[in-house]
Design a protein around this ligand. Structure first.
Ligand code: ZN
Ligand code: ZN
Length: 355
């Protein structure tokens, strides 16, 4: 079978490997679609602390081709998606409900052979039936699971005014989920008009461009609301540094300037979710008094925790739409091209690798 192998940072090839054989409790899956994720890019560019070579790809769906002993409920021909993060279930983190920080964590496509391959081996417990959902939609089970886990931190959202900064694939998943959870208004910002139009198509109440340097100059935050603010600002005029507008502010850009601005844009009593992954080592100044004065709750979310079944349900029901998020479908041989697209093409959204 053909397999993408990252031998070392910046060096990738497609190689022949023997087909995997399932051991007890394992299944082999014929991969039909695998999302290209920021994690794959970080591994390729050397921003990964583990060992090389790496066989990447962890957002995948396909067809079960063989099952090992002791596998129940799965058989050849089943259409499935893969949850790549494997938790041991017995360590201190796992037994205290923090399995996403498992001390013995392994992951398909990171520490274990990945899904940018014609076939992949997976423990049966990591495999979820997707029925007649398309494979490329099924490949969104993993990123949507992460979004569900993050959203859980800031729920309930009913009747809330929500701002999402960044309309990439993750921002557009967050947008749809916020609307599903009953948010009253969802505003989305991005630098690219095509993404803003897609946000409108997917249910954003407002979608507007942001300046590339939102912290420069006077009147930051001014661009976020076309009309009157939905809430009067309860802070004394001398303390109003921005419009203090949104009940919930979610950063989906990972841009440190955008993340720093979330504190200004949340209204008193508001909730903030830093979802986008910022570059390691980047920092920004923060005024704890502002956070205190506004009583803000600042959350982050790391991977996911038991969200796969709900993710498949949302995808299968069509409540979360992902086909519009796929901008490119590429063969395994185009891994490097895919990486370059994601880094430099302003029109790229999700790149799906098709083995
Ligand atoms: Zn991913
Ligand atoms: Zn564990």
């Amino acid at each position: 079978m053909r397999v993408v192998v990252i031998d070392e940072p910046g060096s990738v090839a497609v190689r022949e490997f023997p087909d995997p054989e399932p051991g007890p409790g394992e299944v082999v899956i014929d991969v039909r679609a695998c999302g290209f994720c920021g994690t794959d890019l970080h591994i390729f560019r050397g921003e990964y602390l583990g060992d090389y070579p790496v066989r990447p790809g962890h957002e995948a769906a396909g067809v079960v081709t063989s099952v090992g002993e002791d596998v129940e409920g799965l058989k050849g021909g089943d259409r499935v998606a893969i949850e790549p993060n494997i938790h041991c279930g017995t360590c201190d983190m796992c037994t205290s409900g923090r399995g996403n920080f498992c001390e013995n964590w392994t992951a398909i496509g990171v520490t274990l052979p990945g899904c940018m391959a014609e076939k992949v081996l997976a423990p049966a417990g990591q495999v979820f039936a997707i029925g007649d959902l398309s494979f490329e939609a099924g490949a969104f089970m993993e990123p949507l699971s992460c979004v569900l886990h993050g959203m859980r931190k800031i729920e309930p959202l009913a009747d809330e005014d929500v701002l999402i900064t960044g309309a990439g694939p993750i921002g557009l998943l967050l947008l749809q989920l916020a609307k599903l959870r009953g948010a009253k208004n969802v505003t989305v910002t991005d630098l690219r008009e095509a993404r803003l139009q897609l946000a409108r198509d997917l249910g954003a109440d407002e979608a507007m461009p942001v300046s590339p340097s939102p912290l420069e100059g006077e009147g930051r935050g001014e661009g976020y609301l076309a009309g009157d603010p939905p809430h009067p600002n309860p802070l004394p005029p001398g303390e109003r540094e921005s419009k203090d507008v949104f009940d919930v502010v979610i950063d989906a850009s990972g841009n440190v300037e955008a993340i720093s601005e979330t504190v200004d844009l949340a209204r008193p009593g508001g909730k903030i979710l830093w979802f986008g992954v910022a570059p390691r080592g980047e920092t920004f100044p923060i005024e704890p008094f502002r956070v205190f004065r506004k009583g803000l709750a600042i959350h982050s979310a790391y991977t996911s925790l038991g969200n796969s079944t709900e993710a498949v349900e949302l995808l299968s029901s069509g409540k979360i739409r992902v086909e519009p998020l796929i901008s490119h479908r590429l063969p395994l041989e185009e891994f490097e091209h895919a990486a370059e697209l994601i880094e430099s093409d302003p029109d790229v959204l999700k790149v799906t690798m098709v083995p």
